[in-house]
Design a protein around this ligand. Structure first.
Ligand SMILES: [Zn+2]
Length: 389
């Protein structure tokens, strides 16, 4: 009898990768001075095109759809949704401040309902492609930035919380979801959206609320009712650099995700952790960020379903390079470190990797490490036993 020939190389194809994007989403400016400049997405898209990722055989680009009112109201109060819709049509809504609208963070302008509904729809398309098995991984970079949005009010640039809406649909379909938020800010809106659920494990690793908006995300916020233990927070000290950030990530996140045994991995990939970000104080490099994406990819491959959205990120160069690197990592596309010469959308970019910032002085490094270790010790004490680890 002839023996079967078994190849020693990995027979698996490259991941079927969906990229959900429409360049019109890079045109919506919240206000003249607003730090969230949607043009960041245009630069990212130009860089992805110049690098050739979007031409790869295993990468499909899909256009978003507009989320329906019913989908938005699955996670938001109808009265709040109506106010956003009315303002979007040009109505003046006295008392909109009660809904967090008309503030410097959340200015109002015509078209805001439609633009946000399209962002939500992009995240929904990404989720549907992954949960239906049509893609192994899907990236909707216009999503995630709404992670502070609350059921009945806007917060921190967030109007409708696309992640909560998408994960509610997954839970309704009987799926358990692990949500990992690596944005520099605590993902408070997403945490609240699933605070009493044991079907969604939310993990947010961020600069501590002691120093940064929204002032929450402490280890003691562990969920309530059935959700007790399914809300995990890892607050870090300002100026934490790549190595120390990764040390905490490695200690907390893969063990918890594996113990939870989710059906889907959902990641928010904010890059306002970057050392040049103007709004925050963590000190990651683009290569440090990409290493996170590689680790998330390893978890995603184990689980078999991975949805990724964008998030904060206010340094244009960091956003363009990091999310291009992220898409390349998802698709297992070989990316040269040199930024292609054909990329002219944003000046001054030469390499994808950063020249790292100067190492932290020893006395501050020890304070940073002490703060971060106490976060880990608390998580290990409060959360790990729930998962038998
Ligand atoms: Zn942020």
């Amino acid at each position: 009898m002839q023996a079967k020939i078994i190849s020693v190389t990995n027979p698996r194809q490259k991941p079927r990768t969906a990229f959900v994007y429409a360049d019109e989403l890079s045109q919506y400016q919240l206000s003249a001075e607003h730090p969230l400049r949607p043009i960041r997405l245009h630069h990212m898209h130009e860089l992805m095109k110049a690098a050739g990722i979007l031409d790869a055989a295993n990468v499909d680009t899909l256009v978003p759809r507009t989320a329906t009112r019913t989908e938005i109201e699955s996670s938001h109060d109808p009265g709040y949704v109506s106010i956003v819709e009315a303002i979007s049509k040009g109505a003046i809504a006295p008392g909109m401040g009660e809904f967090g609208l008309g503030t410097p963070d959340n200015p109002v302008r015509p078209g805001m309902y439609e633009q946000t509904a399209l962002c939500v729809g992009a995240t929904l398309i990404a989720s549907e492609l992954v949960t239906s098995g049509k893609a192994d991984v899907a990236f909707a970079p216009t999503g995630g930035v709404h992670h502070h949005a609350m059921p009945a009010h806007a917060s921190g640039f967030g109007i409708f919380n696309d992640a909560v809406i998408a994960m509610n649909a997954m839970v309704d379909a009987g799926l358990r979801v692990a949500y990992i938020d690596i944005d520099c800010h605590h993902g408070d809106g997403v945490q609240l959206g699933h605070y009493d659920s044991d079907q969604v494990l939310t993990i947010s690793i961020h600069e501590s609320g002691q120093w940064l908006f929204p002032g929450t995300g402490f280890v003691q916020e562990i969920g309530t009712g059935d959700g007790t233990g399914y809300s995990v927070n890892v607050p870090l000290a300002p100026y934490t650099q790549d190595d120390d950030w990764h040390a905490l990530f490695d200690e907390v996140i893969p063990p918890l995700v594996r113990a939870f045994k989710p059906d889907v991995l959902f990641t928010q990939l904010g890059i306002d952790t970057h050392f040049q970000d103007p709004l925050t104080h963590l000190s990651l490099t683009t290569q440090g960020f990409n290493l996170v994406v590689q680790k998330l990819g390893a978890l995603g491959a184990e689980i078999g379903k991975w949805v990724a959205v964008g998030g904060g990120g206010y340094d244009l160069s960091a956003v363009a390079r990091s999310w291009t690197m992220a898409l390349a990592t998802m698709a297992k596309f070989e990316l040269d470190d040199q930024v292609p010469l054909s990329f002219t959308s944003l000046e001054g970019l030469t390499t994808f990797d950063d020249q790292p910032p100067a190492p932290t002085e020893a006395q501050y490094l020890s304070e940073i490490q002490q703060h971060n270790k106490s976060s880990f010790d608390e998580v290990r004490k409060l959360i790990f036993p729930k998962f038998g680890i």
